[in-house]
Design a protein around this ligand. Structure first.
Ligand code: CP3
Length: 348
């Protein structure tokens, strides 16, 4: 067994300042990679792709083989959780995920949390396969969606412009809606616990829609469940770092970091470096936050922005990442260019 101190990502998450910084990219496996598009054709559906351990493990490893990131992130999806609870899910070409919406306590009663870990057996098997293949310096990241974000897809039935169904339920009937959030909180703890038991060394909580709630609802539906998940995982796996990504939270990032107990925080591209380093860094390791569009643009704008981020964030513990996922239009050579920019020892 490699000692955890061999892995730059784990060292940075434990508070070490590293130059060059460790790096990985949200959505580093995906359509921008020709080898992904090739492997994708071997499954009938996206859900089947995620639930075939051989294919999920292969997709997890593809970007790491090509670019040597400091971490592999499990190839899966945040919506496999509602799927495993029994909510029908389909990914349609060009349309994204489609779920049969749940909008009231009767819909909630259809879900069966007892199925969760059994249904997701192939996910845990994929984790074991990836761990067996990874080199001494590469960490494996597991993940889940945070309850608010997963609830928003479950209630809207897919992507949404205005989130009126999920917000409407939360405003109209907070007690009823909290039954859904509580169920998702328990299931997320169970899922992440099983991922760590299977071999994930770090977990990230994706709260992609944290940024759409007014402050009282942000506290209730984003901060409170996150705090419960962080404290349950800290009890079970005290050494396992948890990264929270409350995308779009704006000034709410400060309360999020102060009140959830999260060890590391993913910054979206709009979070100013000055705010992050002065207000957030005293409590959490920072991760982020290159605009994913710069990785599509490439060239001088990419080089300049990466240099600026290294100057702004490199004086403290930091994990380089994008502010959101890699876009499908990203040229593979721009990611190679990013890898070589980040390999330069010191930009300061
Ligand atoms: O980061 C990785 O490389 C690991 C795999 C991963 C996927 N989804 C694979 C995926 C991770 C960590 C996710 C997280 C996820 N899934 C989030 C949170 C992060 C974010 O982007 O905000 C959300 C909201 C989802 C739900 C989801 N899955 C949507 C809205 C979509 C359709 C839109 C899109 O980007 O394609 C997906 C599909 C999906 N998940 C794909 C991949 C590689 C594309 C599937 C394909 O067409 O081949």
């Amino acid at each position: 067994m490699a000692s955890p101190t061999d892995k730059p990502l784990l060292r940075a998450l434990a508070g070490e300042i590293l130059s060059p910084p460790p790096w990985w990219l949200m959505r580093q496996a995906g359509r921008y990679l020709p080898e992904y598009r090739q492997t994708r054709t071997r499954a009938e559906s996206f859900v089947e792709l995620c639930l075939t351990p051989e294919l999920a493990a292969e997709l997890t490893l593809q970007p790491v083989r090509r670019y040597g990131m400091d971490a592999a992130i499990l190839f899966s999806d945040i919506l496999l959780l509602p799927y495993a609870l029994g909510q029908p899910l389909e990914f349609r070409e060009g349309e994204g995920p489609v779920l049969e919406p749940i909008r009231d306590p009767a819909g909630l009663a259809q879900l069966d949390p007892g199925r969760l870990v059994g249904q997701l057996g192939p996910v845990f098997e994929a984790i074991g396969r990836v761990r067996a293949e990874l080199g001494r310096r590469t960490a494996l990241i597991g993940f889940a969606g945070a309850p608010w974000t997963v609830a928003s897809y479950m209630v809207e039935g897919g992507a949404s412009r205005d989130f009126r169904h999920v917000k409407g339920w939360a405003y109209r009937d907070p007690a009823g809606f909290s039954a859904l959030i509580d169920l998702l909180t328990r299931c997320t703890i169970e899922l992440l616990t099983a991922e760590i038991a299977a071999g994930a060394e770090v977990v990230q909580l994706f709260d992609s829609w944290a940024g759409i709630l007014p402050e009282p609802e942000f506290a209730r539906w984003v901060i409170a469940p996150t705090r419960q998940i962080v404290s349950a995982l800290a009890q079970r796996y005290p050494g396992c770092p948890v990264i929270g990504f409350p995308r779009g939270a704006g000034l709410g990032y400060e309360r999020y970091v102060a009140e959830t107990g999260i060890g590391a925080v993913g910054l979206d591209s709009m979070v100013p470096a000055e705010f992050a380093t002065t207000r957030l860094r005293p409590r959490a390791v920072l991760q982020g936050n290159l605009d994913p569009v710069l990785l599509v643009t490439g060239g001088a704008p990419l080089t300049t922005a990466v240099g600026q981020l290294r100057v702004a964030f490199g004086r403290g513990p930091w994990v380089f990442n994008l502010g959101h996922g890699v876009l499908p239009q990203t040229p593979v050579e721009n990611v190679a260019c990013l890898a070589s920019l980040l390999a330069e020892p010191d930009a300061m």
